[in-house]
Design a protein around this ligand. Structure first.
Ligand code: ADP
Ligand code: MG
Ligand code: MG
Length: 211
């Protein structure tokens, strides 16, 4: 069991939690444009629960830490994004496991597994104006940076920038799925809150990996 990777995962989750707390109101306002306004509170509840579960999973490897975090996120956040974020964290944890070293390649594969599982369960397509519109560009960018042999912190930072850009670009989309759908037209001009929070959280993770 690699303690170092699990410790890094806890530090990343702590940074993600701070970032959603900082952006709670903004995400809520964004969700209120065409949704029910609870995205900020949901992300904060989920991330706080994920972080405490990760901290409680004291003597575990990274896989167990992320699985515990994902289970807690899904249980506590409420809402569609909470379930999908729970699945994302859990899948990344299952993919990484507890015993093998976390190489940049295995990290990229784990994130690819996570994104594909979220898509399979949530049944949204890229372009439906969801968090997938930030997550898939993140994964693609991470994979190419890893293929270019960038150090992991640098690869992740480059990919997070791509996620933030892609999230902002969802302003031009009309929601195709989820709660925003009945008010889809109203969402034009406003980015998808789940995509924006994805960019925020992945950027916070990048900063934690750099530190
Ligand atoms: P709820 O819509 O249940 O109130 P949230 O407000 O927390 O939940 O999350 C809304 C976000 O969830 C959306 O902005 C979108 O990014 C994401 N989302 C909703 N449905 C899906 C889906 N089927 N696949 C992927 N993401 C989705
Ligand atoms: Mg909502
Ligand atoms: Mg809701």
């Amino acid at each position: 069991v690699s303690r170092q990777a699990a410790t890094t995962a806890r530090q990343v989750l702590a940074a993600m939690t701070d970032a959603v707390i900082e952006n709670e109101e903004r995400l809520g306002r964004m969700d209120a444009v065409a949704g029910d306004g609870d995205h900020g509170t949901g992300m904060v509840r989920g991330m706080k629960a994920a972080l405490s579960a990760a901290q409680r999973a004291e003597h575990s490897g990274i896989g167990s830490v992320l699985r515990a975090a994902g289970d807690a996120f899904g249980d506590r956040a409420g809402g569609t994004s909470g379930i999908l974020w729970g699945i994302l964290l859990t899948t990344v944890g299952v993919s990484l496991g507890d015993t093998e070293a976390v190489t940049p390649e295995r990290l990229a594969t784990a994130l690819r597994d996570g994104a594909e599982t979220v898509q399979r369960i949530g049944k949204a397509q890229v372009g439906d104006k969801t968090l997938l519109d930030a997550l898939f560009p993140f994964v693609a960018s991470l994979e190419s940076a890893v293929a270019e042999r960038r150090p992991v912190a640098q690869a992740w930072a480059q990919a997070a920038d791509e996620a933030v850009r892609a999230a902002a670009a969802t302003a031009n989309l009309v929601a195709g799925i989820g709660r925003a759908r009945p008010l889809a037209e109203r969402s034009l001009g406003t980015p998808d809150p789940g995509a924006v929070s994805m960019g925020i959280v992945l950027t916070a993770a990048a900063d934690a990996l750099k530190a």
